[in-house]
Design a protein around this ligand. Sequence first.
Ligand code: COA
Length: 160
Amino acid sequence: MSSMADPMDALVEIQQALNAKTPFDVPELGEGYKTWSIENSIGKRHVFAKIINGEIQALSIFGLVDPVDGIECWAVGYAVSERHRRRGLAVEAFRKGLEELKRDLSQSKVKSFYVEAVIDVGNSPSIRLAEKLFLCTGEKMIDGESGRPALWFKRLIVTE
Ligand SMILES: CC(C)(COP(=O)(O)OP(=O)(O)OC[C@H]1O[C@@H](n2cnc3c(N)ncnc32)[C@H](O)[C@@H]1OP(=O)(O)O)[C@@H](O)C(=O)NCCC(=O)NCCS
C-alpha cells in the first residue's frame, strides 16, 4: 500500500496551466473528461480530468504501485474543485478513470487488478466517499509518508 501526492495540488496545478492557456492536446473521453499519462521517477500515472470552459471541475489520478498479494495494484486519488462539490463529481471521476483503466489493462491481457486508496482518518468526506467506491470499510494503518493514522481501502477489479 502506498500514499499519493495530494490530488488537490494536482488540480490546482492543472487550473494554473489552463489559466496560462497551456494547450491540452490530449484525448477526450466525453462528459468533458480529458486524459493523459505521466511516467517519471515516481512511476506511471494516468490522469482523468473534467475540464469545462477552461475550468477543471474534478479529477482522478491512478498510479501504479507495488503489487498486492502478487496482483497489479493502482492507487487512486481524487479531487473536486470546491465550488463543484456534492454534485457526484468525485464518483463520476473515479468511475470514468476506472472504466478507462479497465479497458486499457484488459487490452494488455491483465485479468484482474487492485485499486487502492490510503486516506487520512481526519478526512471524513473522503472516507465516506471511499466506503461507497470500494464497497468496504477501510483497514487501519499508519501512512508511511505522513506518519498519521489512515485507512486503507482496496477493491479487486476483474477485467473480463
Ligand atoms: C472528497 C471529495 C473528492 C468529494 O468530492 P464530491 O464531488 O463532493 O463528492 P461526491 O459529490 O461525488 O460525493 C459522493 C459521496 O461522498 C461522500 N461525501 C462527499 N463529500 C462529503 C462531505 N463533505 N461530508 C460527508 N460525506 C461526503 C458522501 O457519501 C457522498 O454521497 P452523497 O452525496 O450521496 O451523500 C472532495 O471533497 C475533495 O476534493 N476533497 C479534497 C481532496 C481530497 O480530500 N481527496 C481525497 C484524497 S485521495
